[in-house]
Design a protein around this ligand. Structure first.
Ligand code: FES
Length: 108
């Protein structure tokens, strides 16, 4: 295991890297994931809003503890993050859709 392997969390079954000192919310944003839950009433996407633990928009489950604020919970090696299972999948699907729509801009 090298240093990069040690700085991985599990987010909905996918590896999520983080940098020392980051919150889980910062690690998600750094990975290009800007929303990870939806509102109950209208299904609107939510992620970081205040970023300081006040608004509760960034809730997710960390190591089985529900309703944790991603913006204030430190990222730690091996943390198991659950967003409801849609976020990473949707993000991956959206990236593939974007690539298909603009193949000339793809640099992968
Ligand atoms: S972004 Fe407001 S509480 Fe986390």
């Amino acid at each position: 295991m090298n240093n990069n392997d040690e700085r991985l969390m599990d987010c909905d079954g996918a590896p999520l890297p983080y940098e020392p000192g980051q919150s889980i919310g910062a690690a998600l944003m750094n990975a290009g994931i800007t929303s990870w839950r939806t509102t109950r009433k209208d299904g609107k996407p939510r992620g970081l809003f205040c970023g300081i633990g006040v608004c509760y928009d960034c809730l997710l489950t960390v190591d089985g503890q529900v309703n944790q604020r991603a913006c204030v919970v430190p990222a730690t090696s091996g943390a198991k993050i659950e967003t409801g299972g849609r976020v990473l999948k949707d993000t991956a699907i959206q990236k593939e859709t974007d690539k298909a729509a603009r193949p000339e801009e793809s640099h992968d």
